[in-house]
Structure formats: C-alpha cells, structure tokens
Design a protein around this ligand. Structure first.
Ligand SMILES: NC(=O)c1ccc[n+]([C@@H]2O[C@H](COP(=O)([O-])OP(=O)(O)OC[C@H]3O[C@@H](n4cnc5c(N)ncnc54)[C@H](O)[C@@H]3O)[C@@H](O)[C@H]2O)c1
Ligand SMILES: O=C(O)[C@H](O)COP(=O)(O)O
Length: 528
C-alpha cells in the first residue's frame, strides 16, 4: 500500500528521514502553493506535514477527503482547525519538545540584544556612523525578569536568566510556591510579575484568556522603562497598546519574534527605534528543525501503519465497547471539568472524581481523562485532549483519584468532580436525565438544576429577600440578559447560590461590580 504525503512548509531534509526510509511513502514537497491550490490538490493526500505557515483551514480539511493525519513540526497548532480535523476523524500530531531549547535560546538572544541595543548599533555602523553615545544599554545582572507562562520554554528561559545573575519572578496557573522554590525563583500573580519586573517575557499559548493579556492596563502597572519580549505568539501583547507605551516612554524596549498578523512587510512597531524584531525565528535552528521533523515523521509513519502516536493533539482513543457504554457521559464529564476550572481559584493540587450508579460499573478512565481535559483546557489550550490530559495532569503534578460506587445517590448515575487547590475545595455534580440531556445538579453543597452549556454566572449570596433583584438590576444596567435562573440553598437564611444562564460572553472583570452589592459574596463567569 502506498501513502501520499504532502509537505507544505519547509521541513528539515534530515528530519524527514524516517518518512523517506519507510516503505510505501510517496513524499511530495510543495511549499509554494496558494491556499486555493492547496485546496485543489489536498484530496490526493493521506498525510499533510506543516509548520506554522500553512493555514490548515476547515476548507482545506474538508477537501482532504483521503487525509488521515496532519503533522505539525512544532508546538503551536493555532494554524490548524482542530475541530474540523476532529470532526473529520483526522488525527493531528505535533512536536512539543523539539524546539523548546531553540525558542528559549532565541528569547535570551532577544533579551540581550535589546538590553544592549545591538541591532540598532549594527544598523548605525552599517550606515557608516561610529556612534558610541546613542547605544548605551543596561545590565541584566541583579535586574528582575518577569516570566508569564512557565511551561517548557518559560522554565528554560527562567533557568538561563538565573545564569545571567537575574532575579526571576514568574506567574503560571500551575506554578506553586514549592515548585518555584525548587527552581530558585519567586512566584506571584500576573500583577505581581508585571509590577516587579525590569524585563517581561511571555511564554503562554495564544488563547481566549491570553489574547491581549499584556494590554493598556497591564502596561500602566509596570515599572517605568520596562522592556518586553514576545517569542511566544502574536496577540498575547496588544500591539497598539505596546506602540503607545513605547511612544510615551513607559516602555524602553521591545523584542518581538511573533506578531498578530504574519507574515508582513510593513509594521508600525518597526518604525520605533526601541523595537527589535525577527520574523518568527524562535524555532529556526538546524537542531530544532531536525528534531521536530523527526518527531512528526515517526508519528506519521507509525499512524499510517496502524501504530500508536507519541504526540496526539486531538485523538480520542476509546475502544468500541467502552465507547458504547460511556459515550453519553463524555460531554458531561468535560463540562464538569471546565465548570470547575472557572469556579476554582488557586493552583490545582488534586482532582477527585466520584462515579456512582450504573456508570461506575464500567471502565471510566476515558471519562476521567475527559474531565481533566475540561479542567486543563482553559489554561493549556486546545492541544489538551482525552489522550494527553492525564499525561499533562501528571506532568503538572496534579494528583488524580477515581472513586467508584454502584450506590445510586438519588440518581441513576452521578458524576461528582472535586478539585482541591491551594485556596480550598470546590465540587460540582452532574447527571444525565432520561430524555432531557445533561444537568448540573449540585455546586459545592447547593442543589441546583442547570443545563451545562453556554454562558453561566455563578453568584454566592445571603439567602434573604432582595438579592435576586439587586443582581438583576445590575446585570440589566450592563445590558446582560438573563435566559435562565436557578437558586440553591442548604438552609433558610444562610448562604445560597444563584446560577444564571446569560445571553452573552462575559468574563470576571465584566461582573466584578456584583460583589460590591450588599450580601453578594462571589460572582464567577463560567463559559461552557
Ligand atoms: N517563536 C517561536 O518560534 C516559538 C517556538 C516554540 C514555541 N512557541 C510558542 O511559545 C509558547 C510556549 O510554548 P511551550 O512549549 O513552552 O508551551 P507549554 O504548554 O509548555 O507552556 C505554556 C504555559 O503557559 C501557561 N499559561 C496558560 N495560560 C496562562 C496565563 N493566562 N497566564 C500565565 N501562564 C499561562 C500554561 O500553564 C503553560 O505552563 C507557545 O505559544 C508556543 O506556540 C514559539
Ligand atoms: O509553535 C511553534 O513551534 C513555533 O512558533 C515555531 O513555528 P515554525 O515551525 O513555523 O517556526
């Protein structure tokens, strides 16, 4: 059997050796097609290998009628429509580790070049100027580097910065005090990091939560003369806000490898002498390119030959028998995890999942992985799936405990998820109502009956007349329409919760005024 493989971005020739030497692989390298041309020819291929340039859109995927696997030779999969691939049963694999070192080294190169104005000085020299006054830099030693996102690359950058005798302070939703102590760095909230740092480097994925994480308000709380680096993803920093912050002299320098729109030839940030930039070169080393190409090539060969893959991004690996019995709970389990990721704050230390009733008589591990997927996705992004969710939880150091009991607890089946964080314990329970779909039936100790979908608002308040009215009036003022409402309490006159379904997406900032109202204790936006 012969498989047709299309490589549509430049990959290392050494790196695709596993593909070249495998039997039955017909490899076509075509890195010049327009999106329209790619859409025309993709139907002939079993596998597509890309970097970040090829946009693997829904249209391309839908035209890929023979496509079985998409390999991303790198980390970010934001150029691939994962939903479309999953819907079409196409597995997406990436190479998450192969370019970590190169991206970290590039970040350090940008940091040092920026601090010592090396690109600007070089340009001046090339223009036949011997100018020693215009390019006075600053030392890194004893300065503070703020790292936002301490994953693979962020942690490598932090280690290197310590080698430069810098102090490092980091924020990552999965960073605990103990982990920070082991790494010899400080930890704090995003605000702590932004306030303390002389240099700030971002290393998060680009997600709804991280888009414009560094915005006008963030610049305002930073030190005067702060310098910023982005070697992660364009869009984490609001480019207009960065421009204004540089012009107003709040920010003394910016080093950018990635941009909101790529590629480009003209960019207003590049008109500023304080900005240095590279055209998305973080992973562009011989070593990284060979390594990521080897990793995806091995996975492509293995998958096409019916084997396992090392780095699945969207694979749902559930056996048919298990699938038949537990598939109805898949969506609910993910929603319970997602619900708790918004409800709980602090660093997650432990997840307890209680299965009771009939469902508990099955192998529920795929449901547990799906719950973890829901829980982790908000911070780790779309590459978390039911296959890699447990692996990621283990890597982060989250203890996961499955508890099973065939006792029914009032429902035929009940899934209860409990998350222990550094700030306490939160719990949510859900079930499937015969013919009526999924319901959340308990939040912490409060009984409710909520459809787990759309935009929800959790509000904790005192159980007394007027609370609902005050909340309704304030939401009306903000033009937030309430579609459904549930109130739950354990004792009359004690604490109670409201669960609202609202018509539009809001974040916690949008509803922060609710907790200023009398007897309203907590207001949390939950997007399912
Ligand atoms: N410039 C390049 O060529 C290049 C090369 C490789 C990777 N990247 C990009 O670098 C970034 C990091 O890659 P990685 O391999 O280290 O990923 P990773 O998944 O190992 O780490 C990302 C970290 O960001 C954290 N995070 C998520 N939301 C956050 C938030 N709101 N605030 C703070 N932290 C948050 C996560 O908890 C995680 O620890 C990605 O965007 C990736 O696409 C760029
Ligand atoms: O996400 C990544 O791996 C990097 O952004 C590298 O992208 P590239 O493969 O296009 O260089």
């Amino acid at each position: 059997m012969t498989f047709n493989i299309l490589i549509s971005d430049p990959l290392s020739e050494e790196g695709i050796y596993p593909l070249r030497q495998a039997e039955g692989m017909n490899i076509v390298i075509d890195t010049n097609s327009t999106p329209e041309e790619l859409a025309m020819k993709i139907g002939d291929y079993d596998a597509l290998l890309v970097r970040s340039q090829t946009q693997v859109t829904r249209e391309i995927i839908e035209k890929g009628t023979n496509l079985k696997i998409i390999g991303r030779a790198g980390v970010g999969v934001d150029n691939i429509d994962l939903d479309a691939a999953t819907e079409r049963g196409i597995i997406v694999v990436n190479a998450p580790d192969g370019n970590t070192n190169s991206a970290a080294e590039h970040t350090m190169a940008m940091l040092m070049s920026m601090a010592r104005k090396i690109p600007q000085a070089f340009n001046s020299l090339k223009n036949q100027q011997w100018d020693r006054k215009a390019f006075i830099g600053v030392e890194l030693k004893n300065k503070t580097l703020g790292v936002v996102g301490l994953g693979r690359i962020g942690a490598e950058v932090a280690a290197r910065a310590k080698g430069q005798r810098m102090n490092v302070i980091a924020y990552d939703p999965f960073l605990t005090e103990e982990k920070a102590r082991k790494l010899g760095i400080d930890f704090g909230s995003v605000e702590d990091v932004l306030k303390a740092a002389d240099f700030i480097t971002v290393h998060t994925p680009l997600l709804k939560e991280t888009r414009h994480l560094i915005n006008k308000e963030a610049f305002e709380i930073m030190k005067d003369g702060v310098q910023i680096i982005n070697c992660a993803r364009g869009g984490i920093i609001d480019e207009d806000a960065l421009y204004d912050a540089i012009v107003s002299k709040k920010v003394a320098g910016a080093a950018l490898d990635v941009f909101e729109q790529e590629p480009f030839l003209d960019h207003k940030l590049l008109t500023l002498p304080e900005v240095i930039a590279t055209p998305h070169l973080g992973a562009s080393t011989f070593e990284a390119q060979e390594s990521v190409a080897v990793d995806v090539s091995i996975d492509v060969v293995s998958f096409l030959n019916g084997g396992l893959v090392q780095n699945p991004v969207n694979l749902h690996s559930v056996s048919k028998e298990v699938m038949l019995k537990i598939a109805p709970f898949f969506d609910l389990s993910e929603k319970l995890g997602a619900f708790l990721s918004s409800l709980s704050d602090g660093v997650i230390e432990e997840v307890n999942i209680f299965y009771s009733g009939e469902v508990a008589t099955n192998d529920v591990r795929p449901l547990t992985r799906n719950t973890l997927k829901g829980l982790l996705k908000r911070n780790l992004g779309d590459h978390v799936n039911d296959v890699n969710a447990k692996f990621l939880a283990d890597r982060i150091g989250i203890k996961v405990v499955e508890n099973k009991s065939s006792t029914t607890k009032g429902f035929l089946n009940l899934l209860t998820v409990e998350v222990k964080t550094t700030n306490g314990v939160r719990r949510v329970a859900g079930t499937l109502l015969n013919g009526m779909g999924a319901r959340i039936v308990k939040v912490d100790d409060y009984p409710v009956d909520v459809v787990p979908e759309g935009h929800l608002l959790y509000i904790k308040h005192k159980d007394q007349p007027g609370a609902i009215g005050r909340v309704g009036t304030l939401l009306a003022k903000e033009n937030i329409n309430i579609a459904a409402m549930q109130v739950g309490r354990t004792i009359i006159g004690g604490e109670a919760i409201m669960m609202l379904t609202i018509d539009k997406y809001v974040d916690n900032y949008d509803v922060k005024d609710l907790v200023e109202l009398d007897d309203i204790y907590e207001a949390i936006a939950i997007d399912l």
